[in-house]
Design a protein around this ligand. Structure first.
Ligand code: PH2
Ligand code: MG
Ligand code: MG
Length: 163
C-alpha cells in the first residue's frame, strides 16, 4: 500500500534554492511528489554560528518501505554532493523524514516521527502550509496546532515569494 511521507529539505551551502530544486526533481525517483511547500529562509537552529538555511517540506507518496525510502534519500544526498560534515553544521542538502504515514518507527538511525520536528519552526511552518490538519501520531496534535504551540520559540522563518 502506498504511504504518504512528509520530508523536510534543507540547505545552507552553495546555491541552496538550486539544491532544493535539484533534490525535489530526484525525489520523483522514489515516489510521486504530491505537494511542495513554499521555500523559507530560516535562522540556523542548534548550531547557531552558520549561514541561514533554505527549508521546505515535500509530501511524497511512495510504495517503498521506510528503510528503503531512507536508503534512497541517502543516495540523493550523496548524489547532490553531501559529505559527512560536522553534526548540525553546514550542508549542501539534508533530507529528513518527518512522517511516514502514521507509523512510529525506532530502528537504529531511523526515527519516525522525526524526534525534534515539533520544536522547529523551519519544519512546522512549511508543514502546516501544505498539511495543517495532519496529526502527529505520538503527540496527537495537528501540524497547525504544533506550530501555534511554539509561541515565540523555534527560530525565525521568512517565507519567500513563490517561484
Ligand atoms: N538543520 C539542522 C540544524 N539546524 N537550522 C535550520 N534553520 N534549518 C535546518 O534545516 C537545520 C538547522 C540539522 O539538520
Ligand atoms: Mg536535519
Ligand atoms: Mg538529516
Amino acid at each position: 500500500m502506498p504511504q504518504q511521507a512528509y520530508l523536510s529539505l534543507g540547505s545552507n551551502l552553495g546555491d541552496p534554492v538550486a539544491n532544493l530544486h535539484a533534490c525535489i526533481g530526484r525525489l520523483s525517483t522514489l515516489g510521486e511528489v504530491k505537494q511542495v511547500s513554499s521555500f523559507y529562509s530560516t535562522e540556523p537552529m542548534e548550531l547557531r554560528e552558520q549561514s541561514w538555511f533554505i527549508n521546505c517540506v515535500v509530501e511524497l507518496e511512495t510504495e517503498l518501505a521506510a528503510e528503503h525510502l531512507l536508503a534512497g534519500i541517502q543516495d540523493i544526498e550523496a548524489a547532490l554532493g553531501r559529505v559527512r560534515e560536522i553534526s548540525k553544521g553546514p550542508r549542501t542538502i539534508d533530507i529528513d523524514i518527518l512522517f511516514f504515514g502514521s507509523f512510529v518507527i525506532q530502528e537504529g538511525s531511523l526515527r519516525i516521527p522525526h524526534p525534534a520536528m515539533h520544536e522547529r519552526r523551519f519544519v512546522l511552518a512549511p508543514l502546516a502550509e501544505i498539511a495543517p490538519q495532519l496529526k502527529h501520531p505520538i503527540l496527537q496534535k495537528t501540524a497547525a496546532e504544533l506550530l501555534s504551540q511554539l509561541g515565540t520559540a523555534g527560530g525565525i522563518v521568512k517565507r519567500l515569494a513563490p517561484r
